[in-house]
Design a protein around this ligand. Structure first.
Ligand code: GDP
Ligand code: ZN
Length: 320
């Protein structure tokens, strides 16, 4: 009999699936044909995995309680990054695409006001990744209890004016948790942020009655405790899913060309048509609409600096 389910965890050969109907976790394997197809296409394919967390699949049961996946549904969307460098790998190997998760309704960039300090450069990098994956992206600024002088306000305004939803929270003092919960309810939510910003604390504040799986997540988040940390999807309340990404710290957007980067800085968009050259990268070209907007105040200097910094890292890459 065929069953529908969603991938909630992948551990080397074992793929864990949550059954749509019974909401149970079942250990599955992939039909051999997927591996064959994957290997055949390997030279053309630039992706590292066959299935990822969030994938919708169809599986059947084995007699021993495990399952076999025989259909992988098309992904509605996905978040990916450049696969991490593998020591000794060929140059080509370094530019594979690693899909973190798929079928995402909300991509929450989790940051903190302090400890670690607010890092707008990192946020901008996450935003580019979210935009290039066409995800609905929002920013959470945690540890707002440490912000006694409302120093976060200019940042809040900057990102809200661009069009991003910004939620300020304190997991510790239970501030903003209700707002965050409202945005998450009934959706599949991906949490991504540097370690220490309070991701686990937020999850605990959001769902105080969470079962064991949260404990495992927070444990896995502590550096050094677990060697293998994996992307995991949990369902803390019916119909609401959270994809946690412990251990995934570096985020290099995949497959972005120099001349396309500015499209992922949403507020640059209206100035791009004013550039003299079609292929303008907005860093040195004369009569550049973006640079003019930075000078006249239409674009924030600080966002433009982020842009230049990311542009710099793309320059080292091969073209796709
Ligand atoms: P994670 O690595 O992102 O999962 O972060 P944790 O949830 O483990 O939190 C890291 C540290 O920040 C812990 O010492 C928490 O107690 C602390 N922390 C988390 N949220 C807050 C907050 O809202 N305010 C303050 N002041 N500290 C917090
Ligand atoms: Zn330009």
């Amino acid at each position: 009999m065929n069953n529908n389910g969603t991938i909630c965890r992948v551990e080397s050969k074992d793929v864990y699936v949550v059954d749509d109907k019974y909401r149970r976790e079942i250990r599955c394997s992939l039909r051999g044909k997927f591996k064959k197809e994957f290997n055949l296409k390997k030279d053309k394919l630039f992706q590292t995995d066959i299935v990822v967390v969030g994938d919708r699949i169809i599986f059947s049961h084995n007699a021993d309680g495990t399952g076999v996946i025989h259909t992988i549904q098309k992904r509605r969307n996905y978040l990916s990054r450049k696969a991490p460098r593998i020591k000794g790998a060929s140059y080509r190997g370094e530019r594979l695409e690693q899909i973190i998760a798929s079928n995402i309704d909300n991509f929450f960039i989790i940051s903190s006001f302090a400890e670690p300090g607010f890092n707008n450069k990192a946020i901008d990098r996450f935003l580019v990744t979210g935009e290039s994956s066409r995800l609905n992206t929002a920013i959470v600024i945690n540890k707002i209890d440490l912000d006694e002088d409302d120093e976060i306000m200019p940042w809040f305004q900057l990102y809200e004016e661009i069009g991003y939803k910004v939620v300020t929270t304190s997991a510790k003092m239970k501030i903003g948790i209700g707002n965050l919960h409202l945005l998450m309810k009934g959706k599949t939510n991906l949490f991504w942020g540097h370690s220490g910003v309070g991701k686990s604390s937020l999850l605990n504040a959001l769902y105080p009655n969470l079962d064991l799986s949260i404990g495992e997540i927070s444990e896995a988040t502590q550096k050094g405790k677990h060697k293998t940390v994996t992307v995991t999807m949990i369902e803390p309340e019916e119909g609401t899913f959270i994809i946690d990404t412990p251990g995934i710290r570096e985020i290099d957007p995949y497959g972005i060309r120099k001349e396309d980067l500015s499209h992922y800085f949403l507020e640059f968009k209206k100035f791009i048509p004013l550039c003299k050259y079609n292929s303008c990268t907005h860093n040195h070209e004369p009569e550049c609409g973006v640079i003019n907007a930075v000078i006249s105040g239409g674009i924030s200097k600080i966002r433009y600096e982020s842009y230049l910094r990311i542009l710099d890292t793309i320059e080292d890459d091969l073209y796709f």
